[in-house]
Write a protein that binds this ligand. Structure first.
Ligand code: MEV
Length: 442
């Protein structure tokens, strides 16, 4: 067993690299060092920004940053920034955007912007007594956070409400202060958590000072104070619609396509195995823009999947209907996003992405990102219900395989033609590559 390393975070970057290389790459020190150093940025100031995002930074980890143009959303045209490693995602987004560009584009609407946080606590007294007392001191919670909320209120946000919730039936003596917030254009995590920690203090102090409670009752235990990443009331809806007759695709007649498409969506509404993959495809589009715009994709993922399971069964985030000769396809998804604070002012590529989108506010960004998810899902279902997914997928993946094999530019060109009308399976690529490189193939 190895010894624990102490004080690692205090090492300089060079010392950290020396340590990791000696310990884990003893057989190949030069190569390992080169791998890390080749991703350092020559611009020292820029590198410093990245070094300081997290602790123990050794180097940078690149993702491709691409754009998907032609997104018509509420009659405005956007090029979406996408940071993602999966080969076919940007191509699928761009294709879906073009398809809907000619059919009226996407419409999107923010339904609500409310975020939530809780003080989770234990109280050993009578609930009615606590409830009655809470109503008389509720104002105090707003007053004690006035300094914290001042700037947010000036921007039109702040604390919306604070309520007491009895969870005693599910966990003995467990209660919550549930607070709702409007954080306007910031994601608001720090703001919410700071307010909640003050609420916990106020709760403890006020109960201690009140003569309503006995000393034992007043001695509550604060379990924790934290925002919830489940934001079902920070909700956006995006949608497309079009007369069925204009929905012929990839050699398939319009009526047959929309019917198969609708069935595919309904399968994902009732079958969790399919719903998971269906929603994964939606998140391909959502996460790529979330990451490009410097937002927290883990928070977005967590909320999306809880929302997908809100009926007690995990279901598709999108839905579809064919009525009176019209095809309609939509998504409703919670998206707690920020367009100010966080990485938005720090990361040059994040700034670039916001500028590319016309510096949207949080509501606009919610609409754009919901559309990105809907478009991605449309692209996936279109492929799945017509040509199959592998055709487009493997065509994009072909380049990855060829790069892995060390193909030259001429060879890449040859393979593009070779697979023009067939699906490039991995084994076929490799065997054709070997044949081409063999003395006979030349
Ligand atoms: C692949 O990343 C995503 C898909 O599997 C989504 C889907 O099946 O709907 C293509």
């Amino acid at each position: 067993m190895g010894k624990q390393i102490k004080g690692f975070s205090k090492f300089t970057k060079e010392e950290k690299i020396d340590w990791v290389i000696e310990k884990y790459f003893a057989d190949d020190q030069k190569e390992a060092r080169k791998t890390l150093e080749q991703y350092w940025n020559d611009n020292k100031d820029l590198q410093k920004i990245h070094d300081e995002f997290i602790e123990n930074t050794l180097t940078n980890y690149y993702l491709p940053f691409g754009i998907a143009p032609n997104f018509k959303i509420n009659n405005r045209i956007y090029a979406l920034p996408m940071a993602i490693e999966e080969s076919s995602v940007v191509a699928a987004a761009a294709k879906a955007a073009s398809f809907w560009f000619d059919r009226g584009g996407f419409t999107a609407k923010v339904k609500s912007m409310t975020k939530v946080g809780h003080v989770h606590f234990v109280y050993y007294g009578d609930y009615d007594k606590l409830w009655g007392w809470f109503q008389t001191v509720k104002d105090r919670f707003f007053r004690d956070t006035e300094d914290i909320t001042k700037n947010m209120r000036a921007r039109g946000g702040g604390i919306e409400d604070i309520v007491l919730i009895n969870k005693n039936y599910e966990e003995p003596n467990y209660y919550q202060l549930k607070a709702t917030f409007n954080t306007v254009d910031s994601m608001g995590a720090n703001f919410i958590n700071t307010c909640l920690e003050q609420f916990a203090q106020t709760l403890q102090n006020e109960m201690m000072e009140s003569d309503v409670f006995s000393p034992k009752e007043a001695d509550i235990q604060i379990i924790m104070s934290i925002l919830s990443n489940y934001t079902p009331e920070c909700l956006v809806r995006a949608e497309v619609e079009c007369p069925v007759e204009f929905m012929a695709v990839d050699g398939m007649e319009a009526g047959e396509f929309v019917q198969k498409f609708e069935r595919a969506v309904h399968v994902a509404r009732i079958e969790p195995y399919r719903a998971t993959t269906h929603n994964k495809g939606i998140m391909n589009g959502i996460d790529a823009v979330v990451i490009a715009t410097g937002n927290d994709f883990r928070a977005i993922e967590a909320a999306a999947h809880t929302y997908a399971a809100r009926t007690g069964q995990y279901r598709s985030l999108t839905d579809c209907e064919i009525k009176n000769g019209t095809f309609r396809f939509w998504i409703e998804i919670p998206l707690a996003l920020g367009t100010v604070g966080g990485l938005t002012t720090l990361h040059p590529m994040v700034k670039f992405a916001h500028k590319l989108l016309g510096n949207p506010n949080a509501e606009e960004l919610m609409k754009i990102i919901a559309v990105s998810g809907l478009a991605q899902n449309f692209g996936a279902l279109r492929a799945l219900t017509t040509t199959g997914i592998q055709q487009g997928h493997m065509k994009m993946h072909l380049l990855n395989v060829l790069n892995k094999l060390g193909a030259t530019e001429d060879e890449k060109e040859y393979f593009k033609n070779f697979f023009r009308d067939k699906v490039p399976h991995y084994s076929t690529i490799v065997s054709e590559f070997e044949r081409l490189r063999s003395p006979k193939g030349k």
